[in-house]
Unconditional design. Structure first.
Length: 238
């Protein structure tokens, strides 16, 4: 995979440990990066929170809580959060997530394909890329629809036209582009109740927790009804 091909195993980190003792956090990141490509942005699995903070130096931290670091970010003008999650102060998952429904979230999927190439596997609900060290998951889904009651809708008809949005209908999407340590992924298959072992953000990154879809219908300025799917999402710290 183009984004993280040729990665070295964590044994390279062990060999460099004595050198780290005389370096600051920035030096740690620079020395580690010399041993191979990064797994996500400028970080590798097993990084401590201090090392990730150094790797994102200059970027404003949005949230630091327990085993989670969150930064504000944009992809193709789409507002996102960069999330890093840890256990025992070792990085095990990271990625980009929307913190509210937005237009154009499909651009996240487009960029993931541009960077990673064709996926290893296409799921019913997203795409996967795999190598020995990292699992990447990318998905976007419709989470808000506001229908202002247009009398007509577009159809292909006899002209076989490209699909167009119906006038008066506004759609918003949520998306995730996650990088997961393969050791963490395999560990979740070995526990009886894996969701109990995962943080809120890790459930988002794994795609097992999605925002509830809400459909709102209007007639003129009057709201007629609102319907929703299951499972509301509120992001801690917002």
């Amino acid at each position: 995979m183009k984004a993280y091909s040729g990665l070295n195993t964590l044994k390279n980190i062990v060999l460099l440990v004595p050198v780290f003792l005389s370096l600051g956090c920035a030096g740690l990141v620079e020395t580690l990066s010399a041993s191979g490509s990064y797994h996500f942005r400028k970080a590798r699995w097993g990084y401590t929170q201090e090392m990730v903070l150094a790797s994102e130096q200059g970027k404003r931290l949005h949230l630091k809580k327990g085993n989670t670091l969150v930064y504000n970010h944009r992809i193709s003008d789409i507002p996102l959060k960069i999330v890093y999650t840890f256990k025992d102060n070792r990085l095990r998952a990271a990625g980009y997530i929307t913190d509210q429904p937005v237009t154009g979230a499909e651009k996240i999927i487009e960029q993931s394909v541009q960077e990673l190439g064709e996926p290893t596997k296409v799921l019913d609900d997203g795409m996967l890329w795999l190598d020995d060290e990292t699992l990447v998951y990318s998905n976007a889904y419709e989470s808000r629809v506001i229908d202002r009651g247009a009398e007509y809708r577009f159809s292909s008809g006899v002209l076989d036209l490209e699909r167009r949005e119906t006038p008066g209908v506004q759609k918003r999407w949520d998306g995730v582009w996650a990088y997961i340590d393969q050791d963490f992924y395999r560990e979740m298959h070995e526990v009886a109740v894996p969701l109990d072992e995962m943080s809120f953000y890790e459930k988002l990154l794994f795609g097992v927790l999605k925002r509830r879809s809400i459909y709102t219908y209007y007639s003129g300025s009057r709201r007629l009804s609102t319907s929703s799917g299951s499972g509301p999402i509120s992001i801690p710290g917002e």
